[in-house]
Design a protein around this ligand. Structure first.
Ligand SMILES: [Zn+2]
Ligand SMILES: [Zn+2]
Length: 337
């Protein structure tokens, strides 16, 4: 059975959000072909890619995005425009450890049919994986929050300098400018140091750079200055925000350990957990929904959009099937401190 493909136009099936290039290439891989009447697509592939019947007027929101104020490629204004074009009704900007893009983001959304939510994504201390804490509806000019963000960002610069010093001691001299050139618009971090090491021929690839020198416990490694999770929750709440645990898979924990951790964070004021995320398998999503229910956390979600660095990932739709319930926004807002 095959269905007509409607890209926003009346048809049997419609994609509310499309990155046409990425969408078409994945549909073709799943058995679509170009016929006389345009692209013909097996129904299974349509559904797999997140198409919905045209009659269902699906509301789409995205609560996790990055702009040029951290490591995204789109300006806050471009994000707003893209969201409006795709028909999103709510969008949160959650740059890493930075709120400086929020005034531009909020004013770009004024007068547009889009609810703009000021957010941030804090890096907090966790081992063995990494923990990110999202904060929604924050007062972006909160002095305490901004003081902590400056501390985190300056800590990152000091850490990069210390790593370069360590590499120099190991006979692998690199300048800050070489690393900055690798980072381009990005916030400079270990991946760019690794890229500069490859460029100089010190290692053959990024993996070797990490495995031999840059990973935790290796000779050029340096710790980051980051807050503890509970401190992160406190800082977000103090700024009027709603703290949400981002992409829990990055914690590299499961089962009872994950449950204990989430329980502890909920007891410390965590209000939500990111359940709907690109690439989350159905059973991961179900487990996280369970945790949300058990600890009275709001199940949130977003695409973690970074713009052109991940061309297959769409705002709002992730890899095609992301679907964040739109009532999440009101529920989050009700938990503002
Ligand atoms: Zn993150
Ligand atoms: Zn993110």
């Amino acid at each position: 059975m095959h269905a007509e493909l409607g890209l926003g136009a009346p048809g049997k099936y419609t994609f509310k959000a499309v990155c046409p290039g990425a969408l078409c290439s994945s549909l073709l891989q799943q058995g679509a072909w170009i016929g006389r009447r345009g692209l013909r697509v097996p129904k299974s592939a349509l559904l797999e890619q997140g198409a919905t019947k045209t009659t269902e007027n699906k509301i789409m929101i995205d609560l996790h995005t990055h702009s040029t104020f951290s490591d995204g490629t789109q300006t806050p204004e471009e994000l707003v425009d893209e969201a409006v074009q795709l028909g999103l009704t709510a969008l949160a900007l959650t740059d890493h450890d930075n709120t400086a893009g929020l005034p531009r983001f909020l004013s770009a959304a004024e007068g547009k049919p889009l609810r703009a939510i000021p957010g941030v994504e804090l890096s907090v201390n966790h081992q063995p994986g990494s923990m990110h804490m999202l904060g929604y509806f924050i007062r972006h000019d909160d002095p305490d929050l901004n003081e902590r963000l400056i501390w985190i960002r300056s800590g990152r610069d000091k850490r990069n300098a210390a790593i370069l010093k360590n590499l120099g001691n190991l006979g692998m001299a690199l300048t800050h400018d070489e690393v900055a050139a690798m980072a381009g618009e990005d916030v400079i971090g270990r991946p760019h140091i690794a890229a500069a090491m490859v460029e100089r021929g010190y290692v053959s690839d990024l993996r070797e750079a990490f495995n031999r020198y840059l990973a935790r416990g290796k000779p050029a490694y340096e710790r980051r200055s980051v807050m503890d999770p509970v401190e992160g929750i406190r800082v977000i709440r103090h700024a009027g925000g709603v703290p949400v645990l981002a992409h829990p898979f990055s914690l590299q924990m499961e089962g009872r350990a994950l449950r204990e951790l989430v329980k502890g964070l909920a007891d410390s004021g965590l209000q939500g957990i990111e359940v709907y995320y690109p690439g989350h398998a159905r059973n991961t999503q179900d487990q996280l929904l369970h945790l949300a229910r058990d600890f009275d956390l709001i199940a949130t979600g977003g695409s973690d959009y970074h713009g052109k660095t991940k061309p297959d990932l769409c705002l709002g739709r992730g890899f095609g099937s992301l679907n964040v319930p739109d009532d999440v926004v009101d529920r989050l807002e009700n938990r503002r401190s």
